[in-house]
Design a protein around this ligand. Structure first.
Ligand code: NDP
Length: 405
């Protein structure tokens, strides 16, 4: 029986709220806090109606404001904070957790607001402070990062003596019916996918132009999709934690129409993050674009199709070459029917809840800052299917991606 605060009332916050409230035996008291309290209240009304949770409250918080966070944490006294606001708030929330003595969990690594650059160094720098405070910080416990890292941990624990080639493949085979929309926060999403690509090979990082490499990959129950090499944050911690990896890459599917829109958005300057003067005030073009694009939280209605995200791995077991594919498919419609949110929010929110459950039930413990692959994957994966994200695995099948680039 534990108290938690969820920060962020977006699509992911909605799913985390539902999933925590479905397990009052662990999450006995829940607070949803965010910048706009009316969004928390809308989610709370749905969650209380559908789950009957008896201790679900809301609060207004500016998560950029450390003293305000500390005040809220000291008043409510949660055991853990589940941070699903934006990556810009990772460090302020970690600071407040240290000051108030609260465990921490997030789903995306820190990114400074004025520079489109994400890496773990800022959060890994908190290692000693969390250790000294006897607190646990769990980094990147969504789907990717999150489940993809835990899938890799399962592969390393049960299927390989050495992992040599890791390809993470992320396909959204869904159709939301809008000409252009992003599946999670547009500002964060567009910053991520318009960056240069990067992959790891033989101890070095190799930079690519955005969307320079494309492969046609087939995804279970979806079919063949154009998949583009991107840089994704979990690669940084995975190559550190599994030093036998020779090459690690991340692939994401995009349709031609989506890429055309993205190109236009960039070409006309709407993806810029430098503030400009507009009628006497400063605005950031990308933030303005976010305001006119569909809210990702609203995409669930009429969203058909599935997501399919997994890891395709080559390596050695008992002296023999082996391939391994582990994945989950998630239906947008099923996610919406259960929580009112689409599949991308669902696949992020369910792992965040299970990670929180792991910490609160001492299945994952330790003082310091941890990437999720550093914990035991087994109790987490036991719950993943049970709580809505069934996973499957295939041994020595064709994984389409060979040892050649
Ligand atoms: P949304 O934009 O839908 O929601 C973000 C919420 O955070 C909004 O309610 C917003 O408030 C709130 N917020 C923003 N700034 C502050 C602040 N300073 N103080 C308090 N609240 C604030 O995003 P999503 O729900 O789609 O995504 C949430 C997080 O999940 C993001 O960090 C994203 O990167 C991550 N993510 C991770 C994935 C993974 O697989 N690991 C996949 C998808 C997302 P307001 O409503 O007032 O704007």
């Amino acid at each position: 029986m534990s108290k938690v605060i969820i920060i962020g009332a977006g699509g992911v916050g909605r799913v985390v709220s539902y999933k925590c409230a479905q397990h009052p035996e662990v999450f006995s008291e829940i607070m949803l806090a965010s910048r706009t309290v009316s969004k928390c209240e809308l989610i709370a009304a749905d969650v209380i109606r559908d789950t009957g949770h008896e201790n679900f409250t809301t609060a207004q918080i500016d998560a950029d404001d450390v003293p305000a966070l500390v005040k809220l944490f000291k008043a409510y006294k949660p055991k853990l904070v589940i941070h699903v606001a934006l990556p810009y708030q990772d460090l302020t929330i970690m600071d407040a957790c240290l000051e108030a003595g609260v465990h921490y969990l997030d789903t995306a690594n820190y990114e400074p607001i004025d520079e489109a650059k994400f890496e773990y160094s800022w959060q890994w720098a908190y290692q000693d402070r969390f250790k000294e405070a006897g607190l646990t910080a769990v980094l990147g416990c969504g789907f990717d990062p999150g489940v993809t890292s835990i899938f890799t941990a399962r592969a390393a624990k049960h299927h390989f003596d050495e992992i040599h080639y890791l390809d993470i493949v992320d396909c959204n085979g869904g159709d939301h019916g809008h000409p252009f929309a992003t599946n999670f926060n547009p500002e964060i999403n567009i910053r991520e996918i318009t960056q240069k690509g990067k992959y790891y090979e033989n101890g070095s990082w190799i930079e690519t132009e955005p969307h320079e490499y494309r492969k046609e990959l087939s995804y279970p129950n979806i079919g063949s999709r154009s998949s583009y090499l991107l840089y994704h944050e979990e690669l940084e911690s995975l190559v550190k934690n599994y030093p036998s990896i020779k090459r690690a890459r991340f692939w994401m599917t995009f349709g031609d129409q989506y890429l055309n829109y993205l190109r236009v958005i960039q070409d006309i300057g709407m993806a810029n993050i430098e503030p400009i003067d507009f009628e006497g005030q400063k605005i950031v073009p990308l933030q303005f674009l976010k305001a006119v694009l569909p809210d990702p939280g609203s995409l669930g209605t009429n969203y058909s199709g599935e997501t399919s995200i997994g890891c395709r791995i080559r390596g050695i077991k008992d002296g023999k070459e082996k391939t391994y594919y582990i994945w989950n498919n998630c239906s947008h419609q099923a996610a919406f029917d259960e929580t009112g949110a689409q599949g991308v929010s669902f696949t992020t929110g369910v792992p965040a809840m299970i990670g929180a459950m792991m910490v609160l039930t001492d299945k994952w413990s330790g003082a310091g800052v941890f990437n999720v692959e550093e914990f035991n994957p087994d109790p987490f994966l036991e719950k993943l299917g049970e709580y809505g994200l069934e996973w499957q695995e295939e041994i020595n099948g064709s994984i389409e991606l060979g040892t050649e680039f």
